[in-house]
Design a binder for this molecule. Sequence first.
Ligand SMILES: Nc1nc2c(ncn2[C@@H]2O[C@H](COP(=O)(O)OP(=O)(O)OP(=O)(O)O)[C@@H](O)[C@H]2O)c(=O)[nH]1
Ligand SMILES: [Mg+2]
Length: 262
Amino acid sequence: MYFITILGTAGSGKSVLTAALADWLEDQQLSVSKVNLDPATEWLPYNPDFDVRDLVNTREVMVENNLGPNAALIASVDMLINYIDILRKEIWSERTNYVIIDTPGQLELFAFRSSGPLVLSAVIGEHKSVSLYLIDSFFALQPAAFVSALLLSASVMLRFNKPQINVLSKVDFLTEAEIEKILQWFEDPVELINAIDSEPVSFVIKDLAKRLAETMTETQLVLKPIPISSKLNIGLDNLYAEVQRVLAGGEDFLTEEPSGRL
Ligand SMILES: Nc1nc2c(ncn2[C@@H]2O[C@H](COP(=O)(O)OP(=O)(O)OP(=O)(O)O)[C@@H](O)[C@H]2O)c(=O)[nH]1
Ligand SMILES: [Mg+2]
């Protein structure tokens, strides 16, 4: 069983990718279970095989404890810690090739408090896993905003401490030329630096963005994103290849026996 965790800021396309990637993997004759780890979601574009809302529902937590939406989500994720044994038992009993975990929309409440990483690492256990970090195409066109998105990705990777792949989501909103330009920033960081330089922002912001861009591209800390569209099923084959590369060192999963545990 391999675990794929889908992370990203609110509305970046996590749930729709969970559905699209699961369908894509199933088309390749691989078995998949879909886990909804978002206790606050009202609607999902897929039928979860395991849904934390059966254990904790943020709307109920909000009403029962007179909490606002953010405090209720924090309390809900904290409460999930009490259900770790059930979560592990139910999810691990599926014994599918892949488990895709859809995470809460409010990334900052999930990633930057202690309970989110604790719950996720308990659910994954010793299984091999990879995180997909979604960067909305909307934030990718302006170079300084893109650097800020990459920085957030790096920050999230530090929190969850798992191998992470950057994914440029919703590329159906971009032209071919725009996608090429973004990818080129990784091939030749000087182009990214030049693009930052031509932005109408203050010298201080430019300097900061350029230094961060240099550090991230030089250290390869943040990897080149894989462009995808869950809506149009673009790039899912490339994404799978990258997942394979990270999880199985490039060998196809089908060469391994599916099992409940590694
Ligand atoms: N055009 C386009 N829209 C997309 C794509 N993926 C997601 N969306 C849209 O983006 C919006 C958010 O998608 P979700 O999958 O719900 O995003 P999310 O990250 O799960 O959102 P939260 O859980 O609420 O944070 C929805 O309106 C989707 O239909 C895509 O590839 N292309
Ligand atoms: Mg969602």
